[in-house]
Design a protein around this ligand. Structure first.
Ligand SMILES: NC(=O)c1ccc[n+]([C@@H]2O[C@H](COP(=O)([O-])OP(=O)(O)OC[C@H]3O[C@@H](n4cnc5c(N)ncnc54)[C@H](O)[C@@H]3O)[C@@H](O)[C@H]2O)c1
Length: 337
């Protein structure tokens, strides 16, 4: 099938390359011309294991990147993969979703065949139905008989993105009309994973709830770890034993410095703001964030107790992913090995 993908960042580029590998023809639309050029010349703008090889295989063949939306009318499905960063109050900034929806709608004006607009970005429940759908329908001048709407969240982990896309635990497809959902489901043909078909809003909520659950496991493990430290017990032994219970699972039970990265902090905050907006007080999620905010200072205090004053001391950090290095504070010399 012909697929347009709007946004060539982590999710957009990895989805593009993996859908190309599954045999589809990809029109990648990336607003940043330098990124689009890099993709076309098969030099990945990000590092992911296996990305360079797959990009060399597909760039210029069944994957082309550009800065314009003119290829959308020839596509069967368009995915929205733009960023949803946090606003200063913690809620999700949907301005990129809005602007991508407008451009998609405008591009659809002269298209008469059925097309499916699919949101892959992580968006607050209700966004596809209440924001994306009206903008696309309004700008295109078309009705729901011509454009289907689907919400298909992405669960990949940076660093293992291609592996995760190709071997998902589940594929979640939220749709209003069966036809749109069926078309998006067919794009994943060849992958072995259970398919979860839901409403648009349930699909959006699955993504937020999943990230909130993982963040909760990390904060829980940190709290247990902090108690263990006081008791003189090895928390890794404790969590090994805890994780063997199949109802709990061994994943995300390591205590340490807390969670970070590009998704968990913003998604948990956005869920808290959303809960408050509908009159709920999400006390558990607020505690998850509070534990996480205090955890890094515990590491500093621990170090100070062990080696004294940290000023003028040389510290070495192990960062397993390039984005972790980008988010580290200044004053760091970088050694790669
Ligand atoms: N990074 C992850 O691990 C991950 C995993 C799952 C879901 N998500 C979600 O997926 C979404 C995208 O995340 P990301 O990490 O890929 O973001 P990103 O910032 O790496 O990429 C977004 C890209 O969209 C481009 N863009 C913005 N507006 C555009 C427009 N109107 N037209 C064309 N291109 C445009 C930007 O230039 C950028 O390259 C977010 O909602 C995020 O929460 C991210």
């Amino acid at each position: 099938m012909r697929i347009s993908i709007v946004g060539g960042g982590y999710v957009g580029l990895i989805s593009s390359i993996c859908f190309a590998e599954l045999g589809h023809c990809i029109n990648l639309i990336e607003i940043d011309g330098r990124k689009a050029e890099a993709i076309n010349s098969a030099s990945p703008p990000i590092y992911e294991k296996g990305l360079e090889e797959l990009l060399s295989k597909h760039a210029g063949r069944n994957l082309t990147a550009s800065t314009n939306y003119s290829g959308i009318p020839e596509s069967d499905v368009t995915f929205i993969c733009v960023g949803t960063p946090p606003k200063s109050d913690g809620s999700a900034n949907l301005s990129m979703i809005e602007s991508a929806s407008k451009s998609i709608g405008l591009a659809m004006r002269d298209c008469d065949r059925y097309h499916v607009v699919t949101v892959k970005s992580t968006v607050p429940p209700g966004t596809t139905h209440n924001l994306v759908m009206p903008i696309v329908l309004n700008e295109s001048g078309k009705g729901k008989d011509k454009i289907g709407f689907v919400m298909n969240p992405e669960f990949l982990r940076e660093g293992l993105a291609i592996q995760d896309f190709m071997n998902p635990d589940r594929i979640v497809i939220g749709s209003e009309d069966i036809r749109g959902g069926d078309i998006v489901q067919s794009l994943y043909y060849g992958l072995e994973a259970p398919i979860v078909r839901t409403s648009l809003t349930a699909a959006e909520t699955i993504k937020y709830a999943s990230n909130a659950m993982l963040a909760t496991k990390i904060s829980f493990s940190n709290e247990i770890g902090n108690i263990c430290k006081k008791l003189g017990v090895d928390t890794y032994d404790v969590m090994l034993g805890v994780g063997m219970d199949h109802r709990i699972s061994p994943h995300f039970l390591n205590s340490g410095v807390g969670f970070g990265g590009s998704c968990f902090p913003k998604d948990v905050s956005a869920l808290i703001r959303l809960a408050e907006a509908v009159g709920e007080d999400p006390i558990l999620l607020k505690s998850v964030v509070e534990i996480n905010e205090k955890q890094p200072m515990r590491m500093v205090n621990l170090l100070q107790r062990r080696i004294g004053d940290l000023r003028e001391r040389k510290l070495q950090f192990l960062a397993w992913h390039s984005r972790m290095i980008q988010t580290m504070p200044g004053n760091l010399e970088l050694y790669r090995s």
